[in-house]
Write a protein that binds this ligand. Structure first.
Ligand code: NAD
Ligand code: IPM
Ligand code: MN
Length: 354
């Protein structure tokens, strides 16, 4: 099996290296994975003048799955939009039609104290945010900056969803909930936005085929509040691209750190790109302090969803649980004053646990 590894920028290369070591270790155990790396994001721009170089896209097309680090950085923030690192990521999502973004927020018992919320609020949390990833205001046209009829400049983006786009993510939410606690909360802003009233109507209609699953609706502002008030009320949250982006960063802090949240971005044939939900963390890049666990857990999701290697996925997740139980902590999940390990040392610990 062939995996395209796109380390990207900032901490991207440091964290993907640890995930590659884990996959290599599994390969030694009879699983045959071949990994090839290619530049993306700022690294793509630097080497080929494009955040998604043609050769990188070809490599991804020939692969069984993509492992993605993170892209972006202050160095690239003034480039024209099409050349910015983030476009590499957005183009990959669109190219492979990766409409379903699974962002599981699971609180490991050992890390309940690492959350900024009280232990009892987060202990035992197992929440899945299902974020629609190829529509919404992220991709809607028209967009831009223009001079309006009053001669004043104005910026505009367009929030848009087709019925088909909403229906396929809603169906997946219900199907996924069937394997969990059978509860779906659809998050929208139907009280204000036409697009999201339409979202609510289509989700409600799609629910007809899934009457065994409970469906509730919540406005996004309330959802943001409920996530910190009582996150365990949720099983599956299904929402659009923009709200899902924001709510998943918020949910990551329930787990202790944004460095703990993996993700899978899948298309209809389960081809996928796997990445931590965090960014390139320019503030800590190159210092060997970033938490690699979100990326290692993303590799586990790759094994599960794209390679059909459930046992190997569970081995990796088990190893992560073990290192946390053993007390290994990167700085982001450490208790004040306690010993911390670096990125590579955390990778060593996971390898040893494997
Ligand atoms: P960020 O997620 O990179 O960082 C936010 C904060 O979380 C920082 O303090 C950072 O140090 C910390 N953090 C993130 N990952 C961590 C880890 N693994 N271990 C420990 N701490 C971690 O978000 P930002 O600062 O808003 O964005 C920085 C750059 O990343 C921007 O260019 C942005 O566009 C890009 N970005 C990329 C992705 C992606 O590639 N998927 C996602 C989000 C942001
Ligand atoms: C994420 C990131 C991306 C997004 C950016 C970098 C385009 O924040 O993966 O959550 O907004 O989807
Ligand atoms: Mn984000």
């Amino acid at each position: 099996m062939k995996i395209a590894v796109l380390p990207g920028d900032g901490i991207g290369p440091e964290i993907t290296e640890q995930a590659m070591r884990v996959l290599t270790a599994l390969a030694g155990d009879g699983l045959s994975v071949e990994m090839e790396t290619a530049p993306v994001g700022g690294a793509g721009y630097d080497s080929a003048g494009d955040p998604l170089p043609e050769a990188t896209l070809r490599l991804c097309e020939q692969a069984d799955g993509i492992l993605f680090g993170a892209v972006g950085g202050p160095k690239y923030d003034t480039l024209p939009r099409a050349k910015r690192p983030e476009q590499g990521l957005l183009r990959l999502r669109k190219h492979f039609d990766l409409f379903a973004n699974l962002r599981p927020a699971i609180v490991y018992p050992e890390l309940a104290h690492a959350s900024t919320l009280k232990d009892e609020v987060v202990a035992g949390l197992d929440l899945l945010i299902l974020r629609e990833l190829t529509g919404d205001i992220y991709f809607g046209q028209p967009r831009g900056v223009r001079t309006n009829e009053n001669g004043e400049r104005e910026g505009f983006d367009t929030m848009r969803y087709t019925e088909g786009e909403i229906r396929r993510i809603a169906r997946l939410a219900f199907e996924t909930a069937r394997k969990r606690q059978r509860r779906v909360c659809s998050v929208d802003k139907a009280n204000v936005l036409e697009t999201t009233q339409f979202w609510r109507d289509v989700v409600t209609d799609a629910h007809q085929e899934f009457r065994d699953v409970e469906l509730t609706h919540m406005y996004v502002d309330n959802a943001a509040m409920q996530l910190v008030r009582n996150p365990k009320q949720f099983d599956v949250i299904v929402t659009g691209n923009m709200f899902g982006d924001i709510l998943s960063d918020e949910a990551s802090m329930l787990t202790g750190s944004i460095g703990m949240l993996p993700s899978a971005s899948l298309n209809a044939r389960n081809f996928g790109m796997y990445e931590p939900i965090h960014g390139s963390a320019p503030d800590i890049a190159g210092k060997d302090v970033a938490n690699p666990l979100a990326t290692i857990l993303s590799a586990a999701m790759l094994l599960r969803h794209s390679l059909g290697q459930e046992a190997a996925a569970q081995r990796v997740e088990g190893a992560v649980r073990k290192v946390l139980a053993q007390g290994f902590r990167t700085a982001d999940i450490a208790e004040p004053g306690k010993r911390t390990v670096g990125t590579r040392e955390m990778g060593d610990a996971v390898l040893a646990a494997l």
